[in-house]
Design a protein around this ligand. Structure first.
Ligand code: ADE
Length: 253
């Protein structure tokens, strides 16, 4: 997968790709990333990328021309590189007004060969930028100083789903994969500060361990995120476990 990020702060978006999992993915040739500095496409002596909003108001708005030139350049280079049968890249504007990003969206984007992110700053981008993108995504109902961190959150969540990036099959089992959170996890030591690892996890009975994990995952989801549970993909066994959990929770003092 190729990820290109159009930004006024290239150093900010390069860093996450130089550590940990995303760096390993790049080293293995599974992920390519390029940061494109929007200011390189600005004109005039001062290379201005923002301006006052028409109609007045506080703050500055990012001008359309530098973004347009940067995007056109990136799209042209992409077209020259990709095989004729390949799909054109998704162009994603990260913006608090976008569709809420989710694990489902991460899976959808992980099937693309190329993603281009446009990171807005200041009070936003000129409205015309929206007409050049395929997607507008927000990472949550709060306002960041710019789109860079949001683009990194999305790139991280998507990048780890690209086949081969994670060593094992874990993304299919983890929290949100089927709308149920993961249960508690433990590692050594078996006892720490008086808190013990549940006996069943050290019993060696794999079927019992699997049932316990699913049950505790369901319990967590019921107690912490009932909204997820309402939409979850539940089996008949899950429903039985949930009935047990509800009884247990009702009996709790
Ligand atoms: N830019 C500023 N805030 C944002 C958010 N919550 N999501 C995506 N982009 C943003």
């Amino acid at each position: 997968m190729r990820i290109t990020i159009l930004t006024l702060f290239p150093a900010m978006v390069r860093a996450p790709f130089e550590e940990s999992m995303l760096k390993r993915a790049r080293d293995k040739g599974l992920l390519e990333m390029e940061a494109v500095y929007i200011r390189d496409y600005a004109e005039g002596r001062h290379l201005v990328t923002d301006d006052y909003p028409f109609g007045g108001g506080a703050g500055l708005v990012m001008k359309p021309e530098p973004i347009y030139r940067a995007l056109t350049d990136v799209l042209q280079r992409s077209e020259q590189k990709r095989p004729p049968e390949a799909r054109p890249p998704r162009v994603i504007l990260v913006d608090p007004q976008g569709e809420l990003f989710s694990q489902d969206k991460a899976w959808e984007l992980s099937r693309e060969d190329e993603l281009i992110f446009i990171c807005g700053h200041y009070e936003g981008v000129d409205e015309r930028v929206r007409s050049w993108v395929t997607d507008e995504l927000s990472i949550g109902d709060y306002v960041l100083t710019g789109g860079e961190l949001a683009a990194m959150v999305i790139a991280d969540a998507v990048g780890r789903l690209v086949p081969g990036v994670l060593a094992e099959e874990s993304p299919l089992k983890e929290s949100f994969a089927d709308g149920v959170l993961e249960g508690p996890q433990y590692t050594r030591p078996r006892e720490f500060q008086g808190l013990e690892v549940p006996e069943i996890l050290v019993s060696g009975d794999h079927a019992k361990v699997a049932r316990w994990r699913r049950k505790e995952g369901l319990r967590r989801t019921l107690l912490r995120r009932p909204d997820l549970l309402a939409r979850a993909d539940l089996s008949a066994e899950d429903r039985k476990l949930l009935a047990e959990i509800r009884e247990e929770e009702d009996e709790r003092p």
